[in-house]
Design a protein around this ligand. Structure first.
Ligand SMILES: Cc1cc2nc3c(=O)[nH]c(=O)nc-3n(C[C@H](O)[C@H](O)[C@H](O)COP(=O)(O)OP(=O)(O)OC[C@H]3O[C@@H](n4cnc5c(N)ncnc54)[C@H](O)[C@@H]3O)c2cc1C
Length: 372
């Protein structure tokens, strides 16, 4: 008998799950809160690693398409001192496919293609059934029942409370995101500084990172340690006030680094939250989680990769198992918890080093993870 399966969230994890299930001939209903695929800016570029995100795309039959859409040259990374001195200038070999970059929008469209997403379906609650299965409650008052509800609804998951009381906690590091458009024509000096990939400058307890997306679009991230309420006297909607506050925070840094903030168009405040390292739960028949909903960790290049591989593995576990849905989910959870626990340790330690009182720690972190 065919199982009724729902996935909450059309991020990289939810779409990878639905797409691999679709490849095996099993339908899944995708519920997404956003009213449409382009309802909000899709976010920055993602590097997809061999053995993680790329493996998920292989399981979805999409690796060749990914290779033509992705930017291997985007792996390039330049590290600066706060005075602008170039400390590292790493460029990938032309055939380096370890972690090419892809715009989130391109990845989403690649995964989305044949899937039927129900847009504008905001989930408020998922209630496990007394004998398995789950009922999904929506903001519009409707309810629908499924044999399995997969929560791929990100950091502030509405599915998570069905299996775990844990909520994300603040890491002590906050972040502002801004962007530059048409960088090659409008800011050629900055375009040269950023190169094909990223440029990062690390100071005591703070950093500025700029990363090239396709089409001359650049995302800029300013990160720093601060209490969660540090901005009580700052109107976050006032772009010029935020800019002035950030420029004061990075006062004395090299002019080109500050220019990344000076030319930024809008500022999005993103305090960094995480779930506890090695977050697990007692298995609940009828409901599971994957991706950030299960193991939100610092944004150090693993979250989307893990969400995608988990989505692909859960789909395969269901599609190729002996038909017992609960066994398939249990096996998946054990595997996810073990791998995500390792990555949560790595990324948590990484964040400590990248936003550290001693900027040499950030350089040491780069040298530790970057192939020479
Ligand atoms: C600045 C930054 C850079 C990053 N760079 C990388 C990188 O290079 N590589 C990498 O691997 N990871 C990266 N990450 C992490 C990555 O973005 C996340 O780990 C990843 O998006 C998680 O995927 P997900 O599918 O679990 O959740 P999400 O991408 O958060 O998707 C969740 C989806 O669920 C929907 N949703 C939420 N609530 C509801 C609801 N109640 N009802 C219905 N739908 C709902 C949301 O609208 C969304 O579409 C980065 C993160 C940040 C912040």
């Amino acid at each position: 008998m065919r199982h009724r399966i729902a996935v909450v969230g059309s991020g990289p994890g939810g779409l990878s799950f639905a797409r691999v299930l679709h490849r095996h001939g099993h339908p899944a209903t995708v519920f997404e809160r956003d009213p449409g695929p382009d309802a909000r800016p899709p976010g920055g570029t993602l590097d997809l690693q061999e053995g993680l995100g790329q493996l998920a795309l292989d399981k979805a039959g999409l690796l060749t398409e990914f290779q033509s859409l992705s930017r291997p040259e985007g792996q390039a990374m330049r590290i600066l001192d706060t005075d602008g001195t170039v400390l590292r200038d790493w460029r990938p070999r032309p055939d380096d496919r370890a972690r090419p970059e892809i715009d989130r929008r391109h990845l989403r469209d690649l995964l989305l293609d044949p899937l039927d997403v129900q847009w504008g379906r905001s989930v408020t609650q998922v209630v496990p059934g007394p004998t398995g299965g789950a009922q999904i409650h929506f903001a519009d008052g409707r309810q629908e029942s499924f044999d399995l509800a997969v929560g791929a609804d990100g950091a502030w998951s509405r599915t998570r409370p069905a299996v775990s009381p844990v909520t994300p906690h603040y890491t002590g590091v906050t972040s502002f995101e801004t962007f530059l458009d048409d960088v090659d024509t409008r800011h050629p000096d900055l375009a040269r500084l950023i190169g094909d990939g990223s440029v990062a400058a690390y100071g005591a307890n703070r950093s500025v990172v700029a990363q090239r997306n396709s089409g001359g679009h650049v995302k800029v991230y300013a990160k720093f340690r601060a209490p969660l309420d540090w901005h009580t006297n700052l109107d976050l909607a006032d772009v010029e006030a935020v800019r002035a506050s950030l420029l004061a925070l990075f006062d004395g840094w090299a002019a080109p680094v500050l220019d990344l903030l000076r030319h930024g168009t809008a500022f999005i405040h993103r305090p960094l939250y995480t779930l506890p390292v090695s977050h697990t739960w007692t298995h609940v028949p009828g409901v599971t989680l994957l991706g950030d909903a299960a193991h939100l960790m610092p944004p150090l290049g693993a979250g989307a990769n893990l969400a995608m591989l988990e989505g692909a593995e859960l789909a395969e576990s269901i599609a190729t198992g002996d038909g017992d849905l609960d066994d398939a989910v249990r096996a998946f959870e054990e595997r996810m918890w073990a791998r995500a626990g390792r990555w949560a340790q790595i990324t948590t330690a990484g964040l400590e080093r990248l936003v550290s009182p001693d900027p040499a720690e950030a350089l040491a972190q780069f040298d530790a993870v970057q192939p020479s």
